[in-house]
Design a protein around this ligand. Structure first.
Ligand SMILES: NC(=O)C1=CN([C@@H]2O[C@H](COP(=O)(O)OP(=O)(O)OC[C@H]3O[C@@H](n4cnc5c(N)ncnc54)[C@H](O)[C@@H]3O)[C@@H](O)[C@H]2O)C=CC1
Ligand SMILES: O=C(O)CCC(=O)C(=O)O
Length: 449
């Protein structure tokens, strides 16, 4: 990794970010992370500079920003902001999720859209990168209110998307239920049944296995990482943060692969299982989180550690942050490494602060970056598009087989341009170099327009 510290070595992109993307901390963090890894590759070819690849890569094609007005159950009108960041369609139609959360802003969506370009490149499927969402908070809203919000959002979004243009999917707080409301409104507006959204329910064009794909994919990627280092998941003690779609399915696949899951968490604290949760424990938690939409503190199983993160549980081997960005900070990283937990695989997007990430890389830990490790979700979204285009439905076994294959290939792509250092593959560097070369190659081939 290049250490760019002095002013004279300051790469051009930093000034560009400051001028054109001020107040965009998360976006700056995501770009810096990539640049640190690709700096040598960038410097190695004049062509990249001649074609001004860096600035063109970090500037999204467009950002669509709009008002969403919706009516609550009492007849009061509310206004939220929504965005779609169409980052790059170099490799295929724009593709990436929609997030509903009060912390959503342009910086968060730019970082997610930027990362999505690299992630989608790694899948090998023809998909560009995008991300969108709203600062709408679904917590405490009735199902009808959520439905009206989704319909109001689609009344603007539908103009900007299409099966060959931009194909959104779910992300935080956007599950197949919300995708159903969005899809229904698109149908009413357009009167065309087409694969304009993925993450639909399998009953009306969704792919079997899409719901499980991100979490399962994380474990398939982790398994590949361990195999490449003569290790396995057998009896490994795993710390998982979060308790949403990614966390719960990562836990499910971990148990199926013979590992022990010691924790799940939400913003209220950590649910701890000293000897690992059972399949029945996980079933109960899924019912609590996905059906009742309740807090982990109300779980009737495990011991709840209020206000604590999972990273302070010392007797573990692997950490899987699966909640949200920057959830694992410098101090958490110090604690994990201090407890000799040297295997980490990212389920969430950019879950490590810049400092935490550097600590894992400098410690030469086995570190699986989100772009690669959580790409299973968007990969199965790609398979959903294929099924919609073919007007067909694949059985779950076929989807799972394809997901396994794709995660294996992503692992191979991550090590294509790097070598082991002291016995460990630098996956983050490998993933960023692979994505950069693919995106830059397409950018050069398409010319400047
Ligand atoms: N759903 C998908 O297919 C994909 C999701 N991701 C990423 O995975 C992460 C989780 O997304 P989903 O599971 O889909 O969302 P979700 O809405 O199903 O679940 C999010 C979970 O994280 C928990 N959470 C939020 N903030 C937290 C905090 N500060 N501390 C502890 N827990 C917290 C929430 O309680 C919730 O259980 C996000 O970073 C998302 O961008 C990445 C690839 C695909
Ligand atoms: O399935 C998709 O298109 C979106 C997945 C996503 O948002 C992500 O990979 O972060």
């Amino acid at each position: 990794m290049s250490d760019i510290t002095s002013e004279s070595q300051r790469p051009d992109y930093q000034q560009y970010l400051e001028d054109y993307h001020p107040h965009s901390e998360e976006f700056h963090q995501a770009v810096k992370e990539v640049y640190d890894d690709i700096a040598d590759e960038y410097a190695s070819r004049d062509e990249y500079r001649e074609w001004n690849i860096i600035e063109r890569l970090i500037e999204p094609d467009r950002i669509i920003k709009f008002r969403v007005s919706w009516e609550d159950d009492k007849g009061c009108i509310h206004v939220n902001r929504a965005w779609r960041v169409q980052f790059h369609n170099l490799l295929g139609a724009y593709k990436g999720g929609l997030r509903f959360h009060p912390t959503v802003n342009e910086s968060v969506l730019k970082f997610l859209g930027f990362e999505q370009c690299f992630k989608n490149a790694l899948t090998g499927l023809p998909m560009g990168g995008a991300k969108g969402g709203s600062d709408f908070n679904p917590k405490g809203k009735s199902q009808r209110e959520i439905m009206r919000f989704c319909q109001a959002l689609m009344r603007e979004l539908y103009r900007h998307i299409g099966p060959d243009t931009d194909v959104p999917a779910g992300d935080i707080n956007v599950s197949s239920t919300e995708i159903g409301y969005l899809f229904g409104e698109y149908l009413r507006l357009n009167n065309r049944w087409e694969g304009v959204l993925t993450g639909k329910t399998p009953g009306f064009g969704g792919s079997c296995g899409r719901e499980e794909a991100t979490g399962y994919g994380v474990i398939y990627f982790l398994r590949e990482m361990l195999t490449a280092h003569d290790d396995s998941l057998d009896d490994k003690r795993i710390l998982i943060s979060g308790s949403g779609n990614v966390a719960l399915h990562a836990a499910e696949k971990s148990l199926a692969e013979g590992a022990k899951v010691l924790s799940l968490s939400d913003s209220g604290g950590t649910l701890y299982f000293e000897n690992g949760m059972t399949e029945q424990d996980l079933k109960n938690i899924k019912q609590l989180k996905l059906v009742k939409k309740d807090r982990l503190s109300n779980a009737e199983t495990g011991s709840f550690k209020k206000g604590e993160k999972p990273w302070y549980i010392s007797d573990a081997d692997i950490a899987l942050p699966c909640a949200t960005q920057n959830e694992l900070d410098d101090h958490d990283a110090e604690t994990l490494l201090g407890n000799d937990i040297r295997i980490l695989c990212e389920g969430a997007n950019m879950p490590l602060t810049d400092g935490a990430r550097k600590q894992f890389i400098n410690a030469n830990a086995l570190y699986g970056p989100a772009k690669a490790a959580n790409a299973g979700g968007v990969a199965v979204s790609g398979l959903e598009r294929s099924q919609n285009a073919e007007l067909t439905t694949w059985p779950v076994e076929r989807v799972d087989e394809e997901l396994n294959r794709i995660m294996k290939e992503i692992h191979e792509r991550c090590i294509q341009y790097v070598e082991k250092k002291d016995g460990i593959y630098p996956y983050s560097r490998g993933a960023n170099i692979y994505g950069f070369k693919k995106l830059a190659g397409a950018m050069i081939a398409h010319g400047v327009g």
